[in-house]
Design a protein. Structure first.
Length: 470
């Protein structure tokens, strides 16, 4: 009997059966594929003399390893070129839709699927990438999966999964000026911990969430995984339907009206039972920056760094490790910390609204001397839209580099890497040791607007000091 949450409803709709292990065999409505986690999966399918069961439910693109400067083929990196060729061949062999560089629709997998209307309410979605939780913004249940699971979906269109508990996270009230979805999710992860969501799906709700645009909701759900949750979602509403209407793969004509009528039934009931409930006040959230080596080690810009002895016992050793690695001191302010590199992009914050807000901060200013600042659109379509609006000119006039679409420095499986002990102000999603390409490089996560402000100041600063006067 469904408890009445959206998660339960979508799970039940896609349940094929219960396996001897007790896990659910779950049908996957949309399978997204990229070049890094798919070559071995396709090889395993081939070795078992199987085929891709529903190629029309699989969509591929390239994002992780593509250079964002010169994209001429063959790539300078032979491994990257080999991955490209493998994906091209696999998609051709199995009849899979593939958005390659220059198609006009290539980009980060979690950017292109929503912008084309592939991601829709009530779906189950899987991808060999941990940030697949992004798609939950539409009222879908979306999982990041490993290579062997990519194989399973290719061959059977199903996954063996244990059912999750559901935690409702409410954020109520109006967000202060200069506070964005990225700040909200960093605040949530800081409070609940990077392991707080283990075993859970996060349902994001409350008046502050309901007021967010689809792209803000995507940022929120994107980082649910950083809080330990397997997926995150928002109940679909009119904002969802308005975003989807007219997109490439959205239903058309009478089918649209039918789809919306069905989508309107896909929400958590008012009397739904949750395994946990956590409530936040939007007014308590400030522009947030990470200071450590996990996304949970963050503070608001007006706060000082915590003293390890003030933290729970299980966090103290990690905090001491983080202070040593980051070369920071307990009790100090992050404000004024010099930055070397400023990166705006990623599946978390590389969409058009992110670029618009960053450009609003940058307009009429210049990047500080000695700072390398660059903007990487999340997709070729985002790049085209930004250029049509003149955002690229705002950035380049200020001293930013304007790049091609890709994952870029978020994970540095491409030429965009930190060097040595450089400090990066980054709009991406992970600040682990070595994450941005240097074994000793340091990453400070923040909103795109905060990254833009840091680029102008040459140091971590409060974006509210750069907000245009109303």
């Amino acid at each position: 009997m469904s408890k009445g949450t959206l998660f339960d409803k979508v799970w039940d709709l896609h349940t094929v059966g219960t396996l001897p292990s007790g896990q659910t065999q779950l049908f996957i409505g949309l399978h997204l594929v990229h070049e890094v986690t798919s070559p071995q999966a396709f090889a395993m399918v081939r070795e078992r003399q199987l085929t891709v069961m529903y190629p029309q439910r699989t969509v591929a693109t390239v994002d992780h390893i593509v250079p964002t400067e010169s994209q001429a083929r063959p790539f300078a990196d032979p491994l990257a070129e080999a991955m490209m060729q493998a994906l091209e061949q696999n998609c051709q062999e199995h009849g899979i839709r593939f958005y390659n560089i220059g198609s006009g629709s290539q980009g980060i997998v979690h950017v292109i699927a929503p912008e084309q209307g592939l991601t829709q309410p009530g779906m189950t979605i899987a991808c060999g990438d941990s940030h697949t939780s992004t798609h939950g913004a539409f009222g879908a249940i979306a999982f990041g999966i490993g290579t062997s699971q990519v194989r399973d979906v290719l061959a059977s269109q199903t996954l063996a999964l244990g059912k999750l508990k559901v935690r409702r996270i409410e954020v109520n009230g109006e967000l202060p000026a200069g506070v964005y979805a990225k700040d909200v999710v960093l605040h949530i992860i800081r409070t609940l911990g990077v392991k707080g969501g283990v075993g859970y799906a996060y349902e994001f709700a409350g008046t502050a969430i309901e007021a967010m645009s689809m792209e803000e909701r995507m940022t929120l759900c994107n980082m649910a995984i950083e809080g330990g949750a397997r997926c995150g979602y928002v109940n679909p509403d009119q904002i969802t339907y308005s975003y989807l209407k007219g997109r490439d793969f959205a239903p058309k004509g009478a089918a649209w009206d039918e789809a919306v009528a069905w989508w309107q039934t896909l929400h958590s009931d008012a009397d739904a039972e949750y395994d946990d409930l956590v409530v936040f006040s939007a007014a308590d959230i400030g522009p947030t920056v990470t200071w450590g080596i996990t996304p949970g080690q963050g503070i608001a810009i007006h706060e000082t760094l915590p003293r390890p002895e003030s933290l729970p016992d299980e966090e103290q050793v990690l905090a001491q490790d983080a202070f040593a690695y980051m070369d920071l001191t307990p009790g100090q302010s992050l404000k004024g910390t010099a930055v070397d590199v400023c990166f705006i992009g990623s599946c978390t914050n590389g969409r058009i609204s992110d670029l618009r807000e960053a450009a609003r901060i940058v307009q009429g200013h210049s990047v500080a001397a000695g700072v390398k600042a660059f903007v990487v659109p999340g997709s070729e379509r985002v790049k085209q839209e930004a250029e049509a609006e003149g955002l690229d000119q705002v950035f380049t006039a200020a001293g930013f580099e304007w790049r091609e679409a890709g994952c870029s420095m978020c994970l540095a499986m491409n030429p965009d890497k930190l060097q040595g002990r450089q400090i990066s102000a980054s709009s991406s999603n992970r600040n682990f040791k070595g994450r941005q390409g240097s074994a000793s490089g340091r990453t400070l996560l923040m909103s795109p607007a905060m990254v833009a402000a840091a680029a102008l100041a040459g140091q971590v600063t409060d974006v509210r000091d750069y907000l245009p006067k109303a």
